[in-house]
Design a protein around this ligand. Structure first.
Ligand code: ATP
Length: 237
């Protein structure tokens, strides 16, 4: 396995609050890797740091072997890392298509129409409603739009922050199966989830975060069947 992303001894602080306390993990090319853990464990902080939106207080982020921990966020997108943020952050007064095109901002090639088509193939509802204001969409549709928008930068590594948040079980299944499809199409995925069961089912590897530290790691199947994880994160006795 070739490491696409390697996070080493990462420390991230908000002033005096240390939210991430020296975590290390690897995302191999072609894998789905999940970070699970309860509210406040440091998952979002980790993704925002990889994206260049926060700067680490210690440690490093290596992408294809190169340290990107001081690289500006817009350049990181250009390297092939896309981030679909917590809460989706779509632009409600803009059309679906305009939201998608924002994901291609900064690209200088002529293949954008082809990628719009690919986004519409992945999520047909986006194509059917391409001119509609994104604010009229349901939570699940907005999640599809956020993922479609992230894919418009043609990422090698797609980072998804809590894609299942607030969704019906059916919609959640749909989103998770799309993650698997994207992986089959060649995109590597780093998935942050509070819904540990859904994430572990589709993940090659998982890391469990608790108050800024990795406490357990293993394959998705190992973690799904670990007593410790089942008790703490899967709601079983
Ligand atoms: P959630 O699911 O709630 O997003 P999380 O695992 O993603 O949880 P983070 O959002 O990364 O966790 O938060 C980690 C810690 O950092 C928490 O203690 C949180 O209160 C703190 N924190 C997050 N953002 C800030 C901020 N902007 N300023 C100060 N502290 C923050």
């Amino acid at each position: 396995m070739t490491a696409l992303l390697e996070v080493k001894d990462l420390v991230v602080a908000y002033g005096k609050i240390v939210a991430v306390k020296g975590i290390s993990f690897i995302v191999g090319e072609g894998e789905v890797v999940t970070l699970i853990g309860t509210n406040g464990a440091g998952k979002t902080t980790t993704l925002r740091t990889i994206s260049g939106l926060l700067r680490p207080a210690g440690g490093s982020v290596l992408y294809r072997g190169e340290d990107i921990s001081a690289t500006p966020a817009h350049q990181i997108v250009g390297l092939g890392l896309a981030h679909s943020p917590e809460g989706r952050r779509i632009f409600p007064r803009m059309s679906v298509e305009e939201n998608l095109l924002l994901g291609a901002y900064g690209r200088r090639d002529n293949d954008i129409d082809r990628d719009l088509k690919a986004a519409y193939e992945l999520f047909p509802i986006l194509g059917e409603r391409s001119r509609q204001h994104a604010g009229t969409f349901s939570g699940g549709e907005q999640q599809m739009l956020a993922m479609g928008r992230a894919m418009m930068s043609r990422p090698k590594l797609l980072m998804l922050d809590e894609p299942s948040m607030g969704l019906s079980p059916l919609m959640m299944k749909r989103i998770m199966s799309t993650v698997t499809t994207l992986r089959e199409q060649g995109t590597t995925i780093l998935l942050v989830e509070q819904n540990a069961r859904a994430a572990l089912k589709i993940a090659d590897k998982g890391y469990v975060l608790e108050v800024g530290q990795i406490v357990t790691e293993g394959t998705g199947q190992e973690l799904l069947h670990s007593d410790e994880v089942r008790k703490a994160y899967l709601g079983e006795d």
